[in-house]
Ligand binder design. Structure first.
Ligand code: KG4
Ligand code: ZN
Length: 347
C-alpha cells in the first residue's frame, strides 16, 4: 500500500481533532476546542474536557469526512491517540476509534501523541529527514529526541526536570494577569516589548549544570524569577510593563531551547532538526531556531503553526508512516496510557 487513506483521532487534552491523510497528503484537519470552557479555571479541567470530547467527536468526524470528500468505508486504517494525556479524555477517543474500527472492519493503530507532534511536518514539507533531532515543546512535555526512524525508533536525549515550556508560558501569563492558554497571548504581547528589559535566568546552562544536564531543561526557576520581579514592582507601587516582561521571559525560554537543540543535534551528528508541540507555534522560537540552525549548517523543519497545536492530522500522519513501515495494527484490545513514553510509537 503506497498511499494509505488514514483517519486520525486525537482527544488527549482539550482539543478534539479529526484528521484524514492519504499517504503524506493532508486531506482534512478539523479541530473542536473546549478551551473556552476551561478559561475561567485557568487550566484544563479533565472531567469537563472528557465531556466536551464526547459531544464534539461525531460532528468533528462528519466535518472532516465532508472536507476530505471521502467515504469512511474507503479508509485503509484508523489511528487514535493512545497516550500520553488525560485518562478520561483519551478513553473517549479510544472507545470511539474502536467502535468505528469494528463497525467498518478496519485495522486500528493506537499511536503516541508526542510522536504525532514530531511527525506532523511531513504533511507540510514531505518525508522527514532521518536521522533527526526533534525538539518537542508542548503544554505537558519538553524533550529533545533522537529520531532515527519516525515509525520505529525514537529515543529521549533530554527533557525538562520540572515544568514544561508551555506550562511556564501558562503560569507566567497568570502572573501577568493574561488569560489561559498563556502561550499565544505572551507571544503577542512580547512582540511589543523589549526582550533585553530584564535578564531572566537561563535554566541548566551554568557550567556545573551542563555536566549532568547538558540536554535537559528547567523552567520553574524562571517562572519564580518572573513572579518575584512582578511582585516587587507591585510592592514598589510601579506599573508592571507587561510587554517588556513577556518579551524578556520569552527570550529566556527561547534562548535555552534553541541553544540546547542545536547543541544536541551537533552532538549526535545529525543534519536536521524537527520541531513540534504547541510552543513550536511561537514566533520567537521559530525565528531564533532558524537563525541558530542556519549558523550551524543544519536543516530546520517547521510545521505551520496550526499544525503545531493538538490536532488529528498528526495522528493520521503517524498512522500512515507506521503502515508504510509495515508495523502491525494494535487490535481492538488496547487501552489508554496516560504516561506513555515517547519511545513507544504504537501500542
Ligand atoms: O501541544 P499542545 O497543543 O498541547 C499539549 O499536548 O500540551 O500545547 C499546548 C501548549 C500550551 O501550554 C500553550 O500555552 C502553548 O502550547 N502554546 C504556545 C503558543 N501557542 C500555544 N506557547 C508559546 N507560544 C505560542 N504561540
Ligand atoms: Zn500536544
Amino acid at each position: 500500500m503506497s498511499e494509505p487513506l488514514v483517519l486520525g483521532l486525537e482527544s488527549s487534552c482539550d482539543e478534539t481533532g479529526v484528521g484524514i491523510v492519504r499517504g503524506r497528503t493532508l486531506l482534512a484537519n478539523e479541530v473542536a476546542s473546549s478551551v473556552d470552557l476551561h478559561v475561567r479555571f485557568g487550566g484544563v479541567v479533565p472531567e469537563v474536557a472528557s465531556r466536551a470530547h464526547l459531544s464534539a467527536l461525531i460532528p468533528t468526524l462528519e466535518r472532516a469526512a465532508a472536507k476530505a470528500d471521502v467515504d469512511l468505508a474507503d479508509l485503509d486504517a484508523i489511528a487514535v491517540t493512545a497516550g500520553p494525556g488525560l485518562m478520561g479524555a483519551l478513553v473517549v477517543g479510544l472507545a470511539s476509534a474502536k467502535a468505528l474500527a469494528a463497525y467498518l472492519n478496519k485495522p486500528l493503530y493506537g499511536v503516541n501523541h508526542l510522536v504525532g507532534h514530531v511527525a506532523v511536518d511531513l504533511l507540510d514539507h514531505g518525508p522527514l529527514p532521518m536521522p533527526s533531532l526533534a525538539l518537542l515543546v508542548s503544554g505537558g512535555h519538553t524533550q529533545l529526541l533522537h529520531v532515527e526512524d519516525i515509525a520505529t525508533r525514537i529515543t529521549e536525549v533530554g527533557s525538562t526536570i520540572d515544568d514544561a515550556a508551555g506550562e511556564a508560558y501558562d503560569k507566567v501569563a497568570r502572573v501577568l494577569g493574561l488569560p489561559y492558554p498563556g502561550g499565544p497571548v505572551i507571544d503577542k504581547a512580547a512582540q511589543q516589548g523589549d526582550p533585553s528589559f530584564i535578564r531572566f535566568p537561563r535554566g541548566l546552562t551554568a557550567k556545573h549544570d551542563l555536566e549532568k544536564h547538558r540536554f535537559d531543561f528547567s523552567f520553574s526557576g524562571l517562572k519564580t524569577a518572573v513572579a518575584r520581579w512582578v511582585e516587587q514592582r507591585r510592592i514598589d507601587g510601579g506599573a508592571v510593563p507587561v510587554e517588556d516582561v513577556a518579551a524578556s521571559f520569552q527570550e529566556a525560554v527561547c534562548d535555552v531551547l534553541t541553544a540546547k537543540t542545536v547543541d544536541a543535534a551537533q552532538h549526535l551528528g545529525v543534519n536536521s532538526i524537527l520541531i513540534g508541540g504547541g510552543v513550536a507555534a511561537n514566533s520567537r522560537l521559530r525565528t531564533l531556531l532558524e537563525e541558530r540552525a542556519a549558523e550551524a549548517g543544519i536543516e530546520l523543519r517547521r510545521p505551520r503553526p496550526a499544525l503545531c497545536t493538538d490536532n488529528g492530522a498528526m495522528i493520521a500522519a503517524v498512522g500512515s508512516e507506521v503502515i508504510l513501515a509495515g508495523v502491525r495494527p494494535s487490535g481492538l484490545g488496547i487501552s489508554a496510557h496516560s504516561g506513555l513514553p515517547v519511545s513507544t510509537i504504537v501500542v
